[in-house]
Structure formats: structure tokens, C-alpha cells
Design a protein. Sequence first.
Length: 711
Amino acid sequence: MTALRPTGTGFDPDTATWFLHTPNTTYALRLTDGRLAHVYWGAALTDAEAAALPVRAESGARQRGSTSFEARYDGTEEYAWDGGVRYGVPSLQVRFADGARGLDLEPVGDEITVDRLTIRLRDRHYPVEVALRYRLRPDSDVLERSVSLTNLGDAEPIEVLRFDAASWALPHRDDYRLSHVTGMWGAETRLRREVAAAGETVFTSRRGITSHHANPWVMADDGTAGEEHGEVWSVALAWSGSWRMTVQRTPLERLSVSTGFGHDGISWRLAPGERLDSPVSAGMFTPGGFGAASRAWHAHVRRHVLPHPEEIRPVLYNSWEATFFDIDVARQSALATRAAELGAELFVVDDGWFRPYQDDRAGLGDWRVNPDLFPDGFAPLAEHVRSLGMGFGIWVEPEMVNPDSDLYRSHPDWVLHQPHRARTELRNQLVLNFGRDDVRAWAGAWLHGLVRDTGAVFLKWDMNRTFSEAGQPGAADPDRLWIEHTRGVHLVMDRLRAAWPDLRIESCSGGGGRLDLAILARTDQVWASDNTDAADRLRIQDGFTRLYPPGVLEAWVTDSPNTVTGRRTPLAFRFHVAMTGVLGLGGDLAAWSDDERCEAASLVALYKRIRPLVQQGRLYRLRPPDADGLCALQFADDDDVVVFAFRETPRMGFGVPPLPLAGLPRSARYRDTSTGAEYDAGVLTHHGLPLDLPRGEYASTVVHLERRRRP
Ligand code: DGJ
């Protein structure tokens, strides 16, 4: 990104306007008529231009005189709380102990530093303070917002009914369109793009996890943006539990997005003196289309979210699809030997190692290695894995318990449950309440011991069911668990990482059920889906990487036919799809032929050469998965380029035209590392890269272009 000017905050006292300048954008809000008006979010302005921005009520009611029906400021407020003449989406809703609802807030002060702004508001009658917080980064157009709510009283609690991290007001445009992802287990993060409905559109998870069904981000454009052009506003929420994002399109064609943790009906009793902090909501304006938006988010996540952005993710082998629950030390050791031969750098033992039976009925919660499967514990396998030059990793599911377990028999009160209600089992398991200190301490202790005793450098942290009967009988404020469970998960991960700085964690929730900016702050990669069918994966990975970087997207090559869909695909196609994320191996390697193993080893070696580009470079979606005939992705850094092309169905008579590349420096020249062919950037950009695809279904190719330095 080319920085236009330094980032920073500012305040113009004449107009009472606060400015927040990112490298390429400006955001402004103003105190006017005793209210906080949102003034601007878009391309960079000077302070003087921002101060001169006119602010007026949007509703025509003003011109026509008074009306009892129009709320003049709906959709244009900086943070839209409930109270007074407001009928838009309330970002903050409370009820006071005397039964009064709604707020009457007035600004009482601000604090400005070069990269942060806080504006404090207090209620004119009740003892409550709201602090709106903003944070800038010098190298990112993402603006981070959050809110704190404090009960300043000393006697009565305040019931908090909705508490969003931010409401984002977008400028007037004629016909807003929304891009977001939807899905389900095995079909996560499928991109949808549709006209913003008039009224309110809610994206949400009521499941206690981020969810497979929606993901906490949305992008809005005026219906004309494309991959490489057009204005795009994006909003994301950094939260790994239940969440809600409400998009409102007003009759005056204003769009606003209010987002926060929790979901409808969840409340929090804010005790006297207590402060409640929202998670962060991140927003970004990009003038360069959806491709530029994705690249800017990827860069932001790498620079400001991930714990170890500088690291290259290893090629791992995971035994799940090879063995499911049928695991033991001999089979795991044999798989480890095969995996190392192919070039794997990390070996991960999946589910089953502690279970009394070869299924999911029992044992969750009793985190002891089953001696029938591993008579001498993990040590012999871990040593074998390390002797092959690989790191040792282990699957865990700390938030879960099978009722058939010693843990549950000793602590039946540790699970989420309601009085007089059945404890509904999903996958034969119940959810442990990570809102409880004793549960957090127990989980932290056994995880710590597992890492210490096995020398594991990697944990796959799974979570295989959604919440139900989410109560904690006897608790003074039972709904808190919806927030506190997620905070507990974050806390246990944070402590574990602090104790074991070399430990890396993969976030997994039955595939991609826990994927968000908050989990990425404490994990290193995400298992994107239990669906490893390469054709389906093209779509899942396309949606995943709209906001999250390819360098956190774990993707395994598994067997053909696929264990779930039965689809047959060539080994190269499966590899090429997985190589557009973090390549992993997940097939039954014992059943692969010599030829397949040989081909696999050379593809792993190729991946190792190009992975810095894939994991840390810039992604250009040249042709999305559903483009007619051909899907193509390009990854580039300042030197090299790698292009992947996929054609699922051949059509007689239709060849593959040259593929125009994107984002290349005009004067550069490149050499194809496999054929030696050389190309000028101009030719690659304006004419295209010739592609040589094999015959048949699920054809694919990868082209690695090395930049030639001119003498
Ligand atoms: C769900 C995960 O997504 C799978 O990869 C596997 O780890 C299973 N759980 C194990 O139960």
C-alpha cells in the first residue's frame, strides 16, 4: 500500500469534528446539536476538508417542517443507542433498576493520542458512562473500534440488553449490495452477494461459536464494485462466540452496520462499579474493489492480529481421515514414517487417543492416553515422529465432556444446563462451562501437563457441538456465560501460549465453526472445513480468504474417492487446491501407490518453494470458482508470482485462453521456473499467461514465475 500521509487523529474545535486518518482513508465524527453525528468514512480528506463537511439531517422532514413520524438522524449517528426519538438499530440498550429504559447520553470529554481516540458520554440522569474507543495503525486502513460501559452507581445494577462494539454509518449510495459468507457444516464460508434488503438484515450466530452458518464480517458496495475496482466498505467483529451483525438500509439509502457479541435475548446485569468491555469491531474502506479489500485485510491480519505472522506454516500430516477412531501406536508410527517420506514437517495425532471405545461415545474429559492403544504413553510415538524430523502435535477438545466419563461423573455441575430441562447431547457430548474459574483452571492444568509431558509443539483445539440449555443454575446473572465461556476459551489459550511460547494452535470447530479475528489473535491456523473434497474446497476457500489470509487456512490432501462426497479427483488437483492455503496431508498414506507417493513428494517440495508467496504474498482472484470454465488464483510478492488454474469440466472445442495476470510491476520480466519460458509483465498483464492444462475432468496446473533482474 502506498501511504498518502501519516496516520493520526485530530480535532477541529471550531466545528467540534474529530478526524481519524488511516494511510488512505479518512473517518470523521462531529458533535452537533448535542449529539454525536457520523460525518464521513471514505477516501482520504485533509483536516480542512473534513472540518468543512456539511452535516444535516437526512430526512426531508426538516424542509417540510415538523413531523411526528420521522427520526431525522437514524442511520447517521456515530453510535446509535436506544432512547429518545430513535427507531433505527440500537447498538446499546439498557434497562435501569427503576424500570426506565433507554439512554440520554451527552459527551463529557475526549482523550486523543496519535493513534487512539476515546470519547466519553454520560447519561444526564442515571449513573452510567459509555466510552467509544478508536484505534489506528500506521500501516493499515483498518480502524478498530470498541466500547466500554460502566455502571458508576453504587447501589443498583443496570440490565444491558444489547451492547454492540460499533455502529458503522456508510455514506449515501443509490443501491447498496452486501457480500458475506454463509454455509453449514462441510460447506462453510460460501460467498453470497446480494442487494441489501430495505429494512434490517441480521447475520448472527446463536450457537456459542462463531458458527459454520455465517461469519462475522460483511462488505458493502454500491452494486458496481468489481474484483479490482470500486468502493468497498467492510466491517468485521473480533469475537469467537455468539454474535450479531445488523445491517440497516433506510428509505433514504443510508446503510449502517451495528455489530457486537451475544445475540437477541441475551442480557448482562452490570453491577455497581462494574465495567463491561465490548470486543473489537474492525472497519475498512477500500476504493480498489473486492480484491484490494481482501489484500488489505490479509495484510492487516498478518501485521496486527496473528501471534506469529513472520512464520511459515509447516506441512502437517493429520491422521483423522486415514484412521478415524481406529488408532494405535503401530498405525500412527507407520503413517508418520510415510508422512515424513513425503516431506511432512509436523505429525498430528487426531481424536481417539484417550477413548475407551473406537467411537465418540465416551472418554471426552478424561485426558489420559489409553494404554490399550499406546501402552507406553505418547513417548515412543513422539520420539519416532521427532526422529523423522517432524514436530509432534495432538488433537484436543477441552470444552467438551462425554456423560460417560469420570470427569462428568465427578462434576455434573460443570456443564451448561438448565433446571428442569434435559441436557441435550450432540455427538454424545455436553459443553463444559468455560465461564467458571474452576473449569478454566482444570483445563489449563491438563493442557499444560499434556504439552509438558509429550513435548507437543502443536495442538488442534477442536469444539464439536453447539450450545443448548445454556444455563448455570444458581448463578446471579446466568446469561453471562454466553460471553464468559468465550472469554474463558481465549484466556486458557492465552495462558497456554504464554507458558509455552513455541506451542502453535490450530482452531477447529467441526471444521470451520470457529473462525474470526479474535481466535486468530491466539491461534496460528484454522481448519477450514471437514469437507476435504477438492472441488467443494475451491468454493469454501474462496469465501474463507475474502477476509482471512491464505496463510492461516489449513487444507489437507485426502484420498480419492473422497470419503464423504465420493468424488474422484486427480492427485494433482487435490494438491493444487490445498496448495492455495497451508498444505497438509490427510489421506491414508498406507494405501497410496508408489507413483502417488512419488508425485506427492514432488508436489510437497514444490509447495515448500512457493509457500512464502501463498502464505504471505498478495492474493489476486483472477477467476473465481464459478467463473465459466476456469478458476485461477495468483499469489505474488515483490519478486515472484505463482499462478494456480483449475478446470473442473472440459468442453469440447473450448481451449484455455491466455490468462491475464494482475498487479505486476510494469517493467518486470519473469521466467517460468519449470519450462524456462520468459515473459514481460506487460504481456502477462495485457495478453496473458499461456496455460497448459491436462485433459479430463478436474484438470489443474501451477506456474511459478521468477522475476528476472535486468542487468
Ligand atoms: C472434527 C474435526 O474437524 C475433524 O478434523 C476431526 O478432528 C474430528 N472432529 C475428530 O473428532
